[in-house]
Design a protein around this ligand. Structure first.
Ligand code: IPE
Ligand code: IPE
Ligand code: MG
Ligand code: MG
Length: 297
């Protein structure tokens, strides 16, 4: 599995993802009633330097259950729309108040605060319009429920709410992880499961994909904390002081840098072990685990 060429795979599928994202944004932007400023802000927030981690996990999961990636492109783009919305709102002055994202001005700094809020709203809503194209009809309701739960009040939004609360004590590892697994982990878990749903996977495979996404998602947010802690602005795509300045509950703050690194590495190993029932078909997912491992070290 380690011989799998993820770069070559990503070159092919990144192109299809970017084309599909662009086409979906064009379609939304050309609809009668969509203001040009909103269409521009949506494009600005989705297109550009994103790693497209969630779409690739969705496509990799679909492939791992024997499906064709082409059928998962809309679901993958829906995940990226939700993710882009979450970043736009996360950067707002009332939240993390960040000026840069993906190497350029944040949406609200480029288009104004009201547009930042509304662009996020539009992307989230649009995601649910495109989500089910490609999902088999018998699994479509499940797909909507999955994404809504992952992104909503007991998932990403719930995690973000706890994350922005004032910190009055140094958090424990469990407290931080409880936030991380909702604010970041749930959408990554949903990406893996959604790929399974597009491929009409059975319960055993869905569980394996869910466990992989859950463990990997937590590891990914710990890696993000570590990069911010280490001041790696290039890898992060934004200035790195904000977690400390805003007194955020980060993993290294709870347990220290070395223990954080060990924990994240162990979580990646758990994610990879979860792929066992999928065998060699999980080559993409396995290679993505390797990428997260590199991000940690
Ligand atoms: C950043 O996510 C926010 C987190 C949830 C850690 P990514 O690191 O996936 O951001 P992009 O999409 O590549 O910009
Ligand atoms: C981002 O968390 C999580 C979501 C956007 C849901 P952070 O605030 O830690 O991520 P970055 O570091 O700004 O990308
Ligand atoms: Mg935040
Ligand atoms: Mg932030």
């Amino acid at each position: 599995m380690s011989s799998f060429d993820l770069n070559a795979y990503q070159d092919v599928w990144r192109k299809r993802l970017e084309e599909t994202l662009g086409a979906l944004l064009d379609e939304a932007g050309h609809e009668n009633g969509c203001p040009k400023q909103l269409a521009d802000a949506m494009r600005y927030s989705v297109l550009g330097e994103g790693k497209r981690l969630r779409p690739f996990i969705c496509l990799g999961a679909l492939r791992s259950v024997g499906g064709e990636e082409e059928k998962g492109l809309h679901a993958a783009c829906a995940l990226e729309f939700v993710h882009a919305y979450s970043l736009v709102h996360d950067d707002l002055p009332a939240m993390d108040d960040d000026d840069y994202r993906r190497g350029r001005l944040t949406c609200h700094r480029a288009f104004g605060e009201a547009m930042g809020i509304l662009t996020g709203d539009a992307l989230l809503t649009q995601a649910f319009r495109i989500l089910v194209q490609g999902v088999p009809a018998n699994r479509a309701a499940e797909a909507v429920e999955l994404l809504a739960r992952a992104a909503g009040s007991s998932g990403m939004v719930g995690g973000q709410v706890d994350d922005v609360q004032e910190m009055d004590h140094v958090p424990s590892r469990d407290e931080v992880e409880r936030i991380h697994e909702r604010k970041t982990g749930r959408l990554i878990e949903a990406a893996a499961r959604l790929g399974g749903l597009v491929g009409d996977a059975d319960e055993l495979r869905m569980e394996a994909l869910g466990r992989y996404g859950q463990r990997l998602g937590l590891a990914f947010q710990i890696a993000d904390d570590l990069l911010a802690f280490a001041g790696d602005e290039k890898a992060l795509g934004r200035p790195t002081r904000s977690d400390q300045d805003r007194k955020r509950r980060t993993h290294p703050l709870a347990v220290g840098v070395e223990a954080s690194r060990r924990r994240a590495t162990a979580l990646v190993e758990e994610a990879l072990s979860a792929l066992q029932p999928l065998g060699s078909m999980a080559d993409v997912l396995s290679a993505i685990g390797g990428l997260v491992r590199i991000r940690i070290s």
